[in-house]
Design a protein around this ligand. Structure first.
Ligand code: PMP
Ligand code: GLN
Length: 385
């Protein structure tokens, strides 16, 4: 290797290929039913697609303002106020982003300095740690209970140090499908009182909560809200994961810093899609119906698994269901997920890759954001294993 090439110092350690890529590629290669990567296999609402096409035809094809178009920020502000009783000013406290991933990366880049510690609850979605490491920050990993995926708050409190700059939380939680309770949020709030620790609250599944459960947004809690950057995704809410549209809401003193970084890593998000979303979001039914819509899919999936050898607790939110396969095999989850894809024609996500030290907890994650036909074919296969 030339000395020039060898002078390159990777900002991120060599990471294995994303499990989402691995499993989706395998699903294709083996013609398997793909319940791995989280995306719907049905179309979004035609009305939304027409609004997007109209925005392009109407000429909204040049840059949007840096923070996003006002009408979209305004309707987001109204949505948060009506659901969680907190007002974020559209001018200074909401920014439209290129998906939640960019919102998360930007939030981390804006506040984490080299040597700062960031607490991450494991298993965790895979974009948090690379964002922290790229800033020279140190992820401090706190494993959730391996059986019920609840946070061990005593362990969490022990992980807090003088150098803790930020905590990343995610409810409803990917990959477990567990939601934080009011008590969880109050304990978090209490643990952070009188500290300078920020909260990055990943709430991309806020509208996918089942039964009588309610979404515990960080914005509901006075002290938490005052230190939180809330990241959301339209991809999840409107079945358009390929649009990569989302937003961040935070008090103005945090949003000011967020926008400094946002300006130079994207400047602004897709303009015509913002126009479409601004109109579509005005009708609350478009997001309030989402819980019951996915609950029906979850129930269809789980009813097909009654009497199978998989064990499970019904997901409380998100569009993921964990299945415990410990009665079927001693194999590791990665090996088993691959074997199911090749031999049985069904692809899932092994969750050890999201755990601390890749601990294996005998769970596979299945995405039930699929048509009835797909879910029935999937449960027929899984029920016979
Ligand atoms: N956070 C979580 C927990 C996710 O599951 C995802 C995947 N959608 C994201 C963030 C990223 O969202 P987006 O696709 O809008 O970037
Ligand atoms: N959020 C999606 C999931 O958890 C994956 C997004 C991605 O492929 N990075 O399946």
């Amino acid at each position: 290797m030339s000395s020039f090439a060898s002078s390159i110092r990777p900002k991120l350690p060599e990471l294995p290929e994303s499990i989402f890529t691995t499993m989706s590629v395998m699903a294709k290669e083996y013609g398997a039913i793909n319940l791995s990567q989280g995306f719907p296999n049905f179309d979004p609402d035609q009305k939304l697609l027409e609004l997007a096409a109209k925005a392009m035809r109407d000429g909204y094809n040049q840059y949007a303002p840096l923070s996003g178009i006002y009408s979209l920020r305004e309707v987001i502000s109204e949505k948060i106020l009506s659901l969680y009783s907190r007002r974020y000013h559209p001018d200074t406290e909401i920014t439209i982003t290129a998906g939640a991933t960019q919102a998360i990366y930007t939030a981390v880049a804006a506040f984490v300095w080299p040597g700062d510690e960031v607490i991450v609850l494991k298993p965790a979605y895979d974009c948090y740690e690379p964002a922290i490491i790229a800033q020279g920050g140190i992820p401090v990993l706190v494993q959730m209970d391996p059986h019920d995926h609840r946070v061990n708050w005593a362990l969490f409190k022990k992980a807090i140090s003088e150098r803790t700059r930020m905590v990343i939380i995610n409810t409803p939680h990917n990959p477990s499908g567990v939601t934080f309770s009011t008590e969880d949020m109050r304990t978090l709030e209490q643990s952070l009182k009188n500290t300078n620790i920020l909260v990055l609250s990943d709430e991309v599944y806020e509208h996918i909560v089942f039964g009588n459960g309610r979404h515990e947004s960080a914005s509901r809690f006075e002290d938490l809200a005052s230190r939180s950057l809330i990241c959301a995704s339209f991809g999840k809410t409107f079945h358009v994961t390929g649009w990569k549209m989302g937003y961040c809401a935070a008090p103005d003193y945090l949003m000011k810093e967020f926008r400094r970084i946002h300006e130079f890593n994207v400047f602004c998000a897709n303009h015509p899609l913002q126009r479409a979303l601004a109109s579509y979001l005005k009708n609350p039914d478009h997001y309030l119906d989402l819980g019951p819509f996915f609950e029906e899919k979850r129930d269809l999936f789980l009813s097909g698994l009654q009497g199978s050898r998989f064990k499970f607790k019904a997901s409380q939110g998100t569009y993921f269901q964990l299945l415990d396969f410990s009665e079927l095999t001693d194999e590791g989850d990665v090996a088993f997920a691959k074997r199911l894809t090749v031999e049985k024609g069904i692809a899932s996500i092994p969750i050890s890759v999201f755990n601390k030290d890749q601990q294996d907890h005998q769970y596979l994650r299945f995405c039930f954001a699929k048509t009835e036909d797909t879910l029935l074919r999937a449960t027929e296969i899984l029920g016979k294993i």
